[in-house]
Design a protein around this ligand. Structure first.
Ligand SMILES: [Zn+2]
Length: 115
């Protein structure tokens, strides 16, 4: 028997009610006597991976399992939690070192030319 959710506007509460599918359209009374309104809620489903064309095989890949197999085929893997942030941090650090090196070199060369 499905569970339906209702809202009583008088008491401002939500409550569940088990009903036969045939009684789906029957009005639902709250304990206070007021007729409650049926609440439409989003379905409780987990969203799986959307499909994509594999860059490795050119085949259509859909679903988490197929996605993981596709990554494996091309020698790739999912990033561990925090791994992306760590990579971004290292890239920024290297860019900063490179900027410093360029600045120092330009200053040195300028000083030499100036004499
Ligand atoms: Zn009520």
């Amino acid at each position: 028997m499905p569970i339906y959710e209702y809202h009583c506007h008088k008491c401002n509460v939500r409550f569940d009610s088990f009903k036969k599918l045939d009684d789906y359209l029957e009005p639902q009374e709250h304990t206070c006597g007021e007729i409650a309104q049926k609440v439409i809620s989003k379905p409780m489903i987990a969203v799986d991976y959307g499909g994509y064309v594999s860059p490795a095989t050119g085949e259509w890949v859909e679903g988490k399992k197929a996605h993981l197999e596709d990554l494996k085929k091309s020698g790739c893997r999912l990033l561990e939690p925090g791994e992306r942030q760590d990579m971004e941090r290292r890239v920024q650090e290297n860019e900063r070192k490179l900027d410093n090196f360029i600045d120092t070199t330009v200053d040195k060369v300028y000083a030499e030319i100036k004499g």
